[in-house]
Design a protein around this ligand. Structure first.
Ligand code: ADP
Ligand code: MG
Length: 480
């Protein structure tokens, strides 16, 4: 059986607010086609597991409805749903052998021994574990145990299999193998798979459809290639692949200014429009200084097996480049990008994004100034332990100093002042557009990053201004 146009599951305006008052999933609208391999992809804490648990019936949505084959299943308990779940921590019964682990659910249903034997044998074949019937599960490898867990779920012949980071506990090599096996299994079984992962590569390899999530909301739904090639917003672009993302403005016909240079592009967007430009690392071409669109200085070179990952600083902006040719740290280079490879999104809300550093006290810094927030407020579910380490929502230790934080602030939340030292940054007005009831300004700073500011008062071109940006008006997220 292959994918059909029939919708096996539909989520309509689903919201989940926990007793703590925390909204983990907001206004989800989504359908899943029968036989589809669909993946929820997003960072830890974005609401993936919560969504799966609502589909499985372990959590009740606060609002909205879930349809199964067109019927509302709000009142259907988990065991009456034709749905089974495979978890990351697969919780097999350690004192039972492989056969008994798989047969357990069927025994509960009081099936005849004959039928149980037939079914277990068939799924053992499916997961490639024939001959393992009598082996104690505690003697199996991680990959084999995970296959038993999958067999235990599919032996119930569900219409839908939910898989919550099922490969998360395996090492990289095993994970790659299991990805392919799971995909084959999906083809063979012909049932619907709803898969959860925070690993973008895994999602791109396995899925028919990807649902990119952030902070409980759907950011984009699409085929892997569409999500990779045409990300709908800066979050998706950053999360899928290692993109360079810049704020910018259209400066002429097929011309966009960002990262301190004016690039030719193929998007015919009106002059003066604020944009977000995305450039993939593999699309940046290094040329001699002065011969590209912008120049910069190489700050790091890492050999990645097939290519080098080269970071170039241009003003305060960074460009990450993948190249088969190496470069030298400290070297000055030029950079150019084929117009086809510059992806431009109209910045509808004109939100300003900028990268902040994390200092040794786990506080955020931008432009040499400390922001009034800390890492634990930004990474959802993280806390500082007694011995001063930071752990994430799963209790795993993380090193925030290796992370970069992207801060966002809306144009109307920035205030301009002629006391330039009072601002978090300062710059010169390089563009202004009257928008009916306010002016929209582009402020060029010496960070080579433009900020967009809305203000009801008229300032003049080239005015030197400080930008006051209150931390409480900013939102933050981790850069991958
Ligand atoms: P993911 O699977 O994407 O990592 P989850 O769905 O597990 O995310 O969690 C989303 C958010 O909801 C997290 O911030 C988490 O702390 C919170 N959360 C999850 N379960 C509960 C619960 N039972 N009570 C309160 N908050 C919860
Ligand atoms: Mg989860």
């Amino acid at each position: 059986m292959s994918r059909s146009d029939e919708h096996i599951i539909e989520l309509k305006n689903i919201t989940k607010t926990y007793d703590t008052g925390f909204t983990a999933v907001s206004d989800f609208n989504l359908y899943v086609r029968k036989g589809e391999f669909i993946t929820f992809l997003g960072p830890s804490g974005c609401g993936k597991t919560t969504t799966l648990r609502m589909i499985a019936g372990f959590e009740i949505p606060t609002e909205g409805e879930i349809l199964l084959n067109g019927k509302n299943i709000a009142s259907l308990p988990p065991y009456e749903r034709p749905i089974n779940t495979v978890f990351q921590r697969y919780a097999l019964f350690p004192h039972m052998n492989t056969y008994e682990n798989i047969a357990f659910g069927l025994r509960q249903k009081k099936m005849s021994e004959d039928e149980i034997r037939r079914k277990v044998r068939r799924v053992l074949e499916l997961v490639d574990l024939e001959g393992f019937e009598r082996r104690s599960v505690s003697t199996l490898s991680g990959g084999q145990q995970q296959r038993v867990a999958i067999a235990r779920a599919v032996v119930n012949e569900p219409e839908i299999l939910l898989l919550d980071e099922p490969l998360g506990a395996l090492d990289l090599k095993m994970r790659k193998e299991m990805q392919l096996e799971l995909k084959e299994m999906h083809e063979r079984l012909g049932i619907t798979f709803i898969y959860v992962t925070h690993d973008q590569e895994e999602a791109l390899t396995m899925s028919d459809t990807i649902v990119v999530m952030s902070e409980g909301r759907i950011q984009q739904i699409g085929k892997p290639e569409d999500i990779y090639n045409e990300p709908k917003n800066a979050f998706v672009a950053d999360f899928i692949g290692d993109s360079n993302i810049f704020n910018g403005i259209m400066t002429g016909k097929l011309k966009a200014r960002f990262s301190g240079g004016e690039f030719d592009c193929v998007d015919d967007i009106e002059k003066g429009t604020h944009i977000t430009a995305v450039v993939r690392p593999e699309d940046v071409i290094i040329v001699p200084p002065g011969q590209g669109t912008i120049d910069g200085v190489v700050t790091s070179v890492i050999f990645k097996g097939i290519h080098y990952e080269i970071t170039v600083e241009s003003g305060k902006n960074e460009m990450v480049i993948q190249s088969v040719h190496s470069a030298t740290v400290g070297e000055r280079v030029g950079m150019k990008v084929d117009p086809d490879n510059i992806h431009i999104m109209i910045a509808e809300d004109h939100t300003n994004y900028f990268e902040a550093d994390i200092n040794s006290a786990f506080r955020l810094e931008f432009n040499g100034k400390v922001l009034d927030t800390s890492v634990t407020k930004i990474i959802r579910g993280s806390k500082r332990t007694e011995d001063g380490q930071i752990v994430d929502a799963n209790g795993d230790v993380i090193d925030p100093r290796k992370m970069r934080i992207i801060a966002a602030i809306r144009p109307e939340d920035i205030e301009m002042t002629d006391q330039v030292d009072e601002g978090l940054v300062d710059g010169y007005i390089s563009d202004l557009i009257y928008k009916g009831d306010h002016y929209s300004y582009v402020i060029r700073t010496d960070l080579a990053q433009d900020f967009i500011v809305d203000d009801e008062y008229l300032w003049n071109m080239d005015d030197h201004v400080g930008l006051i940006m209150p931390t409480e008006k900013m939102s933050f997220r981790l850069k991958k």
